[in-house]
Design a protein around this ligand. Structure first.
Ligand SMILES: Nc1ncnc2c1ncn2[C@@H]1O[C@H](COP(=O)(O)OP(=O)(O)OP(=O)(O)O)[C@@H](O)[C@H]1O
Length: 232
């Protein structure tokens, strides 16, 4: 469901070595992938290629059978809104809005995700609340401004926003870096429950290798770029 072939990416035309150089990568529907590598090796760059935020300098990226690098900017934006949930490292929440309001924004630009959300709950707000509860944010916290929540609580809001409307692909860029080890593992398990319920593919970047064993697959970006078998 995700296929990369001969993908090269340079931030600048004059860059001597590409930031991304991947001959082949296939990820199946429903896989939980742990992507790791040292700082600066290109993990976030790869995630932005997978999300269609940037396009490769050369090569093909197919998501759900569609070559996203061949889509116009507006079609790529639509594809992303319909099929990809993104959990940002700094969460990118709107601080003066409540958790429910932040989560409903996750499907604001996608009719398809709104439709999916309404298969689970009577209203989009009720579905936001259901997801927040499932991710461990109790009802009392769901209506106050996000700025008043702890980092761990904000992280649950960011995750619920990515999951609303059951996108096929969930991308998480170091969402656990602010938590201690025990809370990281608990949070990852909650992510898995939601990903499995929607059969979403989860691509998760982290520096914390203790999380690696929880995942169905682990990819070293350094090995992948070197052309060796990078999957364990
Ligand atoms: N917007 C940008 N413009 C130009 N160069 C960039 C840009 N973003 C990243 N880079 C460069 O691309 C390379 C890879 O950066 P990237 O952020 O993808 O690494 P990373 O593996 O995610 O690092 P970290 O673990 O520290 O977050 C770095 O050399 C970085 O300087």
């Amino acid at each position: 469901m995700i296929t990369l072939e001969n993908v090269l990416f340079k931030w600048h035309a004059k860059q001597p070595e590409p930031t991304i150089n991947i001959t082949k990568l296939d990820i199946d529907q429903g896989e939980h992938v742990f992507l790791h590598g040292p700082s600066g090796c290109g993990k976030s760059t790869l995630l932005s290629l997978l999300a269609g935020v940037t396009v490769p300098t050369q090569g093909n990226i197919q998501l759900l059978g569609k070559a996203i690098n061949q889509l116009s900017n507006s079609k790529r934006d639509r594809f992303r809104a319909d099929h990809i949930g993104y959990i940002f490292q700094n969460f990118n929440l709107l601080p003066y809005l409540s958790p429910i309001e932040n989560v409903t924004l996750g499907c604001q630009f996608s009719k398809q995700r709104q439709k999916n959300a309404l298969k689970n709950s009577a209203t989009i707000a009720a579905e936001a609340s259901r997801l927040l509860t499932a991710l461990g944010l109790n009802d009392a916290l769901q209506h106050q401004a996000v700025a008043q929540l702890s980092i761990g609580q904000q992280q649950r809001v960011a995750a619920a926003r990515a999951f609303i409307g059951s996108p096929e692909i969930i991308i998480a860029d170091e969402p656990t870096s602010a938590l201690d080890t025990q809370n990281r593992q608990a949070f990852v398990k909650l992510l898995f429950e939601q990903a499995s319920a929607a059969n979403s593919t989860l691509i998760f970047v982290s520096h914390d290798e203790t999380l690696q064993t929880l995942f169905t697959r682990s990819i070293s970006l350094v090995e992948l770029q070197g052309g060796t078998d990078a999957t364990h």
